[in-house]
Design a protein around this ligand. Structure first.
Ligand SMILES: *Cc1c(COP(=O)(O)O)cnc(C)c1O
Length: 429
């Protein structure tokens, strides 16, 4: 057959037909379909390119869209049969995006794991671990991040056994030995979080991991405080590292997300399967692209957070109204030895226990007089924050005065101290 160089390809002909057809359609139809006339050029996505900047960072140009369109029924059936669409799932585009894959690969490298999954929040990452491995017994530290406890307690699927936040390996080993008489190792999970939110106790992480491994029990650790920069749980025998990447990895409070890094391939496969079941892997590509790049600058930020936190703690030390400062970076912390062994350097967080004689009204006035510190939850971002700490546990183990947790942001330390100084006038009569 003679080749006609000017004959349009089938795809080009279709582009023209579609454009002509759309020209005769109502405005509402044209607004939806008009921006994409060339379906092949849109790489399957149903929305126009250029919405946000995700495409610029992605080989495949995912815009995080729900539907993945196919040129023909045959294309769809072939992708479906292979369990593969342009990226991952023929059935539905939110299951996993190339941006999420890129973030997972990066964090797997940072932690030295077999692979990682990305979820829509730190809590979703924690929930995904519990759902994927479905333990019927979970050992948790006293003082565990409250929403993690709530998820475990309110789903009611697992019995929860609490160990002290600063536990020794022996203490957790004894609990494991007891549990082993009732529950199979594969149905048991040892869950760690260190240092614990607000009060910063640190258990014998490596010792606990060794006991669990010897008992054939899986371990997972919430490593949000440390991030990969201060601690790599897998290096210390932990099976699954969880991080709320909403915090230091994103750094500006605009990357709501969480990761789970698995040490082994089999665990990774279970986590991936769980994402497909639950939909927790639907993380916006904007979040993924921010996270992908921001994590590269996390060390400079974290070091600056830590230096500023140290300067602020130094100021509080000289104030009579500060009864105690809680931070594992301090030599007077009972966990300082473990802190040095595991983490080596601090972060943005510390807690001040105020003099118990201070009336509550004065403390309120102090916090309300602060001009740079915002009253807000979360931490690890550029803005300095303050929040009351209400640990849910034996008060005999805690300071008696009211406690406030500070997040040292990326502002100039001198400005933050000047702010504390002016607000502290509200503390004295
Ligand atoms: C913030 C936080 C989480 C959860 O992160 P989200 O993204 O807010 O769900 C989990 N663990 C710890 C220790 C945290 O501080």
């Amino acid at each position: 057959m003679p080749h006609d160089p000017v004959a349009p390809s089938a795809a080009e002909a279709k582009v023209r037909r579609r454009a002509d057809f759309l020209a005769g359609c109502a405005p509402a139809t044209r607004r939806i379909h008009g921006p994409i006339v060339d379906l092949a050029a849109s790489r399957g996505h149903l929305n126009p390119r250029g919405l946000g900047h995700a495409r610029a960072f992605s080989d495949l140009g995912s815009l995080g869209q729900s539907s993945v369109g196919f040129e023909t029924l045959g294309d769809y059936e072939a992708a479906d049969a292979a369990g593969r669409a342009p990226y991952g799932g023929a059935e539905y585009g939110v299951v996993q995006s190339p941006e999420a894959d890129a973030v997972g690969a990066k964090f797997a490298g940072l932690h030295g794991g077999a692979g990682a999954i990305v979820c829509g929040s730190g809590l979703a990452a924690i929930a995904t671990v519990l759902d994927a491995f479905a333990p019927t017994l979970v050992l948790i530290p006293e003082g565990i991040y409250f929403p993690a406890w709530r998820y475990m307690a309110e789903t009611g699927r697992a019995e929860l056994l609490t160990y002290p936040a600063g536990a020794s390996a022996e203490a957790v080993g004894a609990l494991l030995a007891q549990a082993g008489k009732r529950v199979a190792p594969r149905d048991t999970l040892v869950y760690l979080e260190a240092p614990v939110s607000g009060t910063f106790e640190i258990p014998d992480i490596a010792g606990i991991a060794a006991r669990a491994e010897a008992a054939g029990v899986r371990t997972a650790m919430d490593n949000t405080w440390a991030s990969h920069l201060r601690f790599r749980p897998l290096d210390h025998g932990i099976d699954l590292a969880i991080q709320a990447t909403t915090k230091y990895e994103g750094g500006y409070g605009d990357t709501p997300s969480g990761i789970v890094v698995a040490r082994g391939e089999a665990d990774l496969a279970r986590l991936r399967r769980q994402l497909r079941i639950s939909g927790h892997g639907a993380v916006s590509p904007q979040t993924c692209t921010r996270l992908f790049h921001r994590v590269d600058g996390a060390k400079a930020r974290l070091d600056r957070h830590a230096a500023t936190a140290a300067a602020l703690m130094g100021w509080f030390e000289t104030q009579a109204f500060a009864a105690q400062i809680l931070s594992p970076t301090r030599r007077d912390s009972p966990y300082h030895g473990r802190f040095q062994a595991y983490f080596g350097a601090g972060n943005s967080l510390f807690t001040v226990a105020f003099d118990e004689g201070l009336p509550a009204g004065r403390l309120h006035a102090f916090v309300d007089a602060l001009l740079l510190f915002r009253v807000a939850e979360s931490w690890g971002g550029h803005v300095s924050l303050v929040l009351p700490v209400h640990p849910r546990r034996d008060p005999a183990m805690l300071p008696t005065g009211a406690m406030f947790r500070f997040n040292a942001g990326l502002e100039e330390a001198g400005d933050l101290i000047a702010d504390l100084e002016q607000a502290a006038r509200a503390l004295v009569p």
